[in-house]
Design a protein around this ligand. Structure first.
Ligand SMILES: [Zn+2]
Length: 595
């Protein structure tokens, strides 16, 4: 039975380009798992979008002196180009600035209100008398009253990680300059304390299979600190309107932390509309058997593992009543395999100091699979990892090129030359133990690599596949068809056919990680149906204007199972899959950093 699997990936803020740390943190692991489950024949829906609201985006617009809409679209369109370049196969990558997202967000807000989880309260907020407006969170900085860090935001300290009460900030200063004063303001709050028992129960039920780092940042944190109410509206004029009379008019909008996560629900609804089957999103959202897997970085764990399930549990059946005249609860996240951070050459990645490897820029010099490979073998699954240019070159040359690329290339080239562009007409009745053993080992790889992929241990999954490539190399060293062909062509044919079958299987196992080169290898084998489908951009119109969505058109074809390569199949002219990198790359790249 095919399963319905929602691959839900963190929504990037439209205020900065995406760097390699972001790619390995969430987009790439999500894509690898999505591609695997598609090959397994499951119904996969992979979504995300640009987080277009919130003060990071309005601050970026202020800094660039441009309208906020123009700025969010500039970054959004850059994201779409990057995901196409790296083959991150979103079924829909949209934005939060859509009519659909507004409607879905407002329905969640109203459902929570109806169920008694919202209340209004007054608090003190920093106000700019010259600008005649309240200055939300990131517009005000000062010294953290908990740890003494001088660059704390008024709502959160990036040094100690604590959520702050704006009025307690020491030496507050406006990012826009000018005087500040505290004024009273009114906001809606989500009463998370009421939902604490349900959230704990939800997390305890998942304790057995979630990463320990994620349980630590969610369940253990709630057990020690409890869940506290949080404001879900803000004094800001850019964002989702509040569906209660008078609030939007008063210059308030829904707080971005509350609404961006709702994108995991609104994006599938938008996808269903685009697919021409408006109710199709229910397969992943109103279905207790659907599995929702969230790919995020460690800074987002609490949002996804505690606050987001709380929003869903609090909305309960009321969301469907308001939104779809139905009476069913929404599906809760199944797993949140959050990654830790990737550093760069021993230091924390910093966009503002240009201590970063930018995703789009790196693609102008390296092939996407070379980068995908290094980002997977170095993925920060259990602890922070480090991008090191010397290691990038070494692993590309010693593993990708030497172990896997050369294996595929030398066997295909040797076969193409000696058997007139066809798979040898080997007689499998004469298969020797060594041939059978090799193919059995490779066949078993579909289980072992698959099990690691399902457990979201992607480094280990790729390592298993690479070990199998080494096994094929050892088989070839022993059976040496290049020597045997001179004396016993039938024996050489059998060895080459066996090795090709193994490589054809390994191609499937490597394909979620290395989709571009596996697709190329697939055509060398002479297959006509591609391994994967196509990405494309669609312009979508609604009452808020036009936005671009990245889409994916799948194919029915190759599956997660051993090769069925037939003797005699016609091949296409093979060529190298990967490029060897010069050592000079290391110093060239290091010289770019921090400039
Ligand atoms: Zn602090």
């Amino acid at each position: 039975m095919p399963e319905n699997i929602l691959i839900a990936i963190a929504w990037p803020y439209a205020n900065a380009e995406i760097h390699v740390g972001n790619i390995t943190g969430s987009h790439l692991p999500g894509d690898i798992v999505a591609r695997y489950y598609r090959l397994k024949g499951n119904n996969v829906l992979m979504v995300s979008g640009t987080d277009s609201h919130g003060t990071p985006v309005t601050l970026a617009a202020d800094k660039e002196g441009k309208p906020v809409e123009e700025v969010y679209k500039k970054y959004h369109n850059g994201f779409l180009e990057l995901f196409q370049g790296y083959g991150i196969t979103y079924d829909l990558f949209t934005t939060t600035h859509t009519e659909n997202h507004f409607k879905v967000t407002q329905a969640i807000f109203l459902a929570l209100k109806e169920n008694g989880y919202l209340y209004t309260d007054k608090s003190m907020q920093w106000y700019s008398p010259s600008g005649k407006r309240f200055l939300p969170d990131r517009y005000v900085e000062g010294t953290c009253y908990i740890c003494g860090y001088e660059g704390a935001r008024s709502d959160q300290c990036d040094n100690c990680g604590n959520v702050l009460e704006p009025e307690k900030l020491i030496n507050p200063r406006s990012k826009e300059g000018g005087a500040l004063e505290l004024r009273e303001t009114e906001h809606f709050y989500l009463d998370l304390s009421k939902l604490e028992p349900e959230v704990k129960e939800y997390l305890r039920a998942r304790q057995g299979y979630w990463r320990d780092t994620v349980i630590g940042e969610s369940l253990r944190k709630i057990e020690s600190e409890g869940l506290k109410p949080r404001p879900i509206t803000r004094d800001l004029d850019w964002g989702v309107d509040i569906p209660v009379e008078g609030w939007t008019e008063a210059g308030k909008r829904i707080y971005v932390w509350f609404e961006a996560v709702i994108g995991y629900l609104s994006a599938p609804i938008e996808w269903a509309q685009l697919a021409g089957d408006k109710e199709a999103w229910r397969e992943w959202w109103v279905n207790p058997n659907a599995r929702q897997i969230h790919f995020i970085g460690k800074d987002n764990i609490f949002f996804h593992a505690a606050w987001w399930p709380a929003e869903l549990m609090g909305a309960g059946n009321a969301f469907m009543k308001i939104f779809a005249e139905d009476d069913k609860p929404l599906t809760l996240p199944f797993d949140v395999p959050a990654n830790q951070f990737m550093n760069l050459e021993g230091k924390k990645i910093s966009g503002s100091r240009n201590w970063a490897v930018w995703g789009r820029d790196a693609l102008t010099r390296y092939d996407p699979d070379a980068i995908r490979y290094y980002l997977t073998v170095n993925m920060p699954e259990t602890k922070d990892s480090d991008w090191d240019w010397a290691e990038f070159v070494a692993r590309n040359n010693n593993e990708l090129v030497a172990t896997w690329g050369n294996l595929a290339n030398r066997v295909l080239a040797f076969c193409y030359k000696n058997w007139e562009g066809h798979v040898p007409d080997a007689d499998i009745n004469t298969w020797r133990d060594a041939d059978r053993n090799l193919l059995a080992t490779i066949e078993n790889g579909f289980n072992t690599v698959g099990a690691e992929l399902e457990a979201v241990r992607l480094r280990s999954a790729l390592g298993e596949a690479m070990k199998l490539a080494t096994t094929v190399n050892q088989y070839l060293d022993v059976n040496a068809p290049w020597t045997a062909i001179k004396t016993d062509k039938a024996s050489a044919a059998l060895t080459v056919y066996t090795a090709l079958k193994a490589i054809d299987s390994l191609k499937v196992m490597f394909s979620p990680f290395l989709p571009f080169t596996c697709e190329k290898l697939h055509t060398f084998f002479g297959y006509e149906t591609p391994l994967f489908g196509e990405q494309y951009v669609e312009e979508i119109k609604d009452s808020l204007g036009t936005h671009s969505g990245l889409r994916y058109r799948g194919v029915d074809g190759v599956q997660w199972k051993p090769s069925d390569l037939k003797p005699g199949q016609k091949l296409n002219q093979p060529g190298p899959l990967f490029k060897k990198l010069e050592d000079s790359v290391i110093e060239e790249e290091r010289a770019r950093l921090g400039k």
